[in-house]
Ligand binder design. Structure first.
Ligand code: CA
Length: 242
């Protein structure tokens, strides 16, 4: 059971969410505006917030920013627009996950469970781990910091988890299914979730899918992280086959 804050202005969607979450034994509070949501999180402790992006008072990104200013409660974005750039921006701005409307109850429940597991696993009971090094990349799971060639990388929580998971098994192709299970703690497939985070992580590593250095996607197989070949000059000859 979790305490859930539903931020949704559509009365129909809101009622349905409350009913389903209550049926799933969660304690639910709900509000219809971003400002009410801010007031709620300032006064009460929630395990997770489900934030509709189309609210009457504040733009979704703005609402998320203000939420993040006062709480680090996990936030699942609910959006009607399947806009990858916008979703990536929000994940980068501190959202923990997202759902595209219309979503199923099962889907929502799975996301909530995953977010809660992650929040708990990231708590003080997490075992200490050693610093991982792959080429010029350094990943410190304990401090949750990563550097590339001595430069600190500004990663979201999920980007860091993804990078740390791959850095712990350099050169090994990790199947997408395993990434979903281990990093997202989901047992069903949603390749877009992985792709969104991978593309954003790539940008922060200063590389692209077409010209990978550390992150290599093997279509239909999985993803691997490995040091760039001899850190070679990145001329045309250094480009790996697609
Ligand atoms: Ca709305």
């Amino acid at each position: 059971m979790a305490s859930v804050l539903v931020v949704e202005d559509d009365q129909f969607v809101r009622s349905a969410l409350i009913r389903h979450l209550t049926d799933a034994a969660h304690a639910v509070r709900s509000v219809g505006t971003a400002l009410e949501a801010l007031r709620e999180v300032a006064h009460l402790r929630f395990d997770v917030v489900i934030l509709d992006l189309g609210l009457p008072d504040l733009d979704g990104a703005e609402a998320l920013k203000m939420l993040r200013g006062i709480t680090d409660v996990p936030v699942i974005i609910a959006t009607a627009r399947d806009d990858e750039a916008e979703i990536v921006r929000l994940l980068n701005a501190g959202a923990d996950d997202y759902l595209t409307k219309p979503f199923s109850v099962e889907h929502l429940s799975a996301r909530i469970a995953a977010v809660l597991r992650r929040a708990r696993a990231g708590g003080r009971d997490a075992p200490p781990e050693t610093v991982l090094r792959v080429g010029g990349l350094t990943v410190d799971p304990l401090r949750r910091q990563a550097e590339l060639d001595g430069r600190r990388l500004d990663l979201t929580r999920r980007e860091f988890d993804l990078l740390a998971f791959l850095a712990a098994r350099p050169g090994v192709v990790v199947p997408r299914k395993e990434l979903l299970a281990e990093v997202w703690q989901q047992s069903y497939g949603d390749d877009q979730t992985i792709d969104v985070h991978l593309s954003w992580l790539r940008r922060k590593l200063g590389e692209t899918a077409a010209r990978p250095r550390y992150l290599h996607t093997l279509r239909g197989v999985g993803v691997k992280l490995e040091p760039p070949a001899a850190d070679a000059p990145r001329g045309p000859g250094a480009e790996p086959p697609r």
